[in-house]
Design a protein around this ligand. Structure first.
Ligand SMILES: *Cc1c(COP(=O)(O)O)cnc(C)c1O
Length: 324
């Protein structure tokens, strides 16, 4: 499986000492928020595969989509610029288009931005991207379409290989992680991990805390992406419902919306561990892990690995919502 080398990997794993004592479990964190600066976060692992295919197939431009503050779109704009490709971003606008956070970075990274409404995004984002790609083809521009979050068969291989990286780090550290925990927004990260866990017989429980939609929706998403990936790598195996563990109880009041309790939790972890989580994904997922440990859900587990998937730039547009 071929990919570009853009991310700083392997990413560091360290123990959250004070949180571990508080919860009575070893809580480890894998710093995928440190895969780079402009390209920081989980999306770059997936883009290494997608963009390699785009280059090999002779494309000169990529188009992808997300919310106005999408980490994925910003990582795509940055990675595209780093390899000399153009980028087009289809951004969903709900509440104005203030130039800040990730969207500010999209602009200075030179991405071409096209806005759409939440309805257009929900029902026809892929049609819109495909029609832009065919229109541009008339004038000779070759546009490669990357779906939301790069969460398709090829993209999820980024987290298949991250799982292999974790196995190597376990050997080097002399630790075995019973659980891996991640935030889920489009399902590719989770699916890649679960696929690798199954094929490589890692025997870990992998939990995806969803930040939008419900567990049933994401289970279907994972089955679809998993099937695509298995065809892609040519492995004869099937992802089953029982391999998949999504928890949809901590998405809060909606995608990219934060409650005061969630923001307080981010501030608590920041002061406790010197670790900054983001409001859209990792803050909610870590709060989910914290609450579920207190409820006894992870009772049989000794070592839990939380993957910090990034999102720092999305924190700044929320700074006025924190109460100090
Ligand atoms: C996109 C994203 C996720 C979720 O990953 P998916 O593969 O889309 O499920 C988690 N955390 C951050 C910071 C993200 O940007």
């Amino acid at each position: 499986m071929q990919r570009l080398s853009l991310a700083n990997t392997p990413t560091k794993i360290s123990k959250l000492e004070r949180l571990s004592s508080e919860l009575g479990k070893n809580i480890w964190i894998k710093r995928d928020d440190q895969t780079g600066t402009e390209i920081s976060g989980n999306k770059i692992r997936k883009l290494e595969y997608s963009l390699k295919q785009a280059i090999d197939q002779g494309y000169d431009t990529v188009i992808t989509c997300g919310g106005l503050q999408s980490n994925h779109c910003r990582a795509t704009a940055a990675a595209a610029a780093q390899i000399g490709m153009k980028s087009i971003l289809l951004l969903r606008v709900t509440d104005g288009t203030k130039i800040e956070g990730n969207y500010f970075l999209d602009k200075i990274l030179g991405a071409e931005v096209i806005f759409c409404t939440p309805e257009e995004y929900r029902f026809s984002r892929n049609d819109i991207m495909n029609s832009i790609a065919s229109k541009r083809a008339e004038s000779g521009q070759k546009v490669y379409v990357i779906p939301e979050g790069a969460s398709n068969g090829i993209g999820c291989m980024g987290y298949y290989s991250c799982y292999e990286e974790i196995l190597e780090q376990e050997r080097a550290m002399g630790v075995v992680f019973d659980d891996i925990v991640v935030a889920t927004g489009s399902g590719g990260t989770y699916t890649g991990l679960v696929l690798a866990n199954k094929i490589l017989k890692g025997g870990k429980r992998i939990t995806g805390f969803t930040v939008c939609d419900d567990a049933e929706y994401f289970t279907n998403v994972s089955l679809t992406i998993g099937k695509e990936a298995l065809e892609y790598i040519g492995v004869n195996c099937e992802l089953e419902q029982s391999d998949i563990h999504y928890n949809d109880k901590y998405s809060g009041i909606g995608y990219a919306l934060s409650t005061p309790e969630e923001l307080n939790f981010i501030a608590k972890i920041a002061s406790l561990e010197g670790l900054i989580l983001d409001p859209v994904y990792t803050g909610k997922a870590m709060k989910g892990l914290y609450s579920e440990i207190k409820l006894g859900t992870f009772g049989d587990s000794k070592n839990i690995l939380f993957i910090h998937t990034g999102g720092l730039f999305g924190l700044f547009p929320k700074q006025n919502d924190f109460i100090f």
